[in-house]
Design a protein around this ligand. Sequence first.
Ligand code: SF4
Length: 281
Amino acid sequence: MRCYLCPVKCGADREIRAGACGVTGITVAKAYLHPFEEPFLSPNGRSGTVFFGGCSLRCIFCQNFEVSRAEKGKKMSPKELSELFVSLKAEGAENIDLVTADHVIPSVAEALALCDLHIPVIFNSGGYVTTEALALIDPYIDIYLPDFKFSSPLLAKNFTGREDYPAVAEQAIAFMAQKSPVFSDGRLLRGLAVRHLALPAHTEDSKQVLDRLSRLIPKETPLSLMRQYTPMGETDGFPELRRRLTDREYERVVGYALSLGFSNLFTQDAESADKKFIPVW
Ligand code: SF4
């Protein structure tokens, strides 16, 4: 059967070959207790994180390049994936953190339906996902954690090949924002949190992302402004991406978020821009 799951709608017959996302079905590149997720998600630093291989968005600067290009990973059935979730919980996971499952949503939903986890399940997404696909997995998700990467369609096209990214991400985040928030002692148990990775030389676009978000989501929504950008990937032709963010650039983005009234900001130190925080695959 041809696949039209994600906004690429490449129509690949995934029984026979991988689609533009790079995989036929579930591929798990890494699963472990990840210590560096935001404290409002994982206060004890034990996020049961599952990195899925492949991705339908091809960010040229991807920090997980080998994984997103499906060079690494183990194929799994939904049953094996559900057993992996249960084993992460048994190891002490505070949540199950599904990293970039956008292109394998039906199979991951099937895996979640097979287990009864009783810990928050996080859908950690690049934001390039249709609302129709989200509706398939929504009953099993407690927390949505999308990126909103770019506001400019041209920038999105240059950096991912997908000019429609901003419009798709807006629709996806509007869908996700319908999950009403539940906090306990500062920990998010249900609802939405949004991430934005500030890029060097593109603070104006970051500000436009924040403008869009200010119209889309409540100001008290947890908003993680990441400054961990580390030059990686295939950035030839974009020399501005060959350096880290400056303090001044990051301060402009954070200051603008505060000026818009976002009250639940999570920020990062300059030291976060280090390859040591990128998992070894
Ligand atoms: S999920 Fe993969 S196979 Fe399906 S439409 Fe998207 S890129 Fe193509």
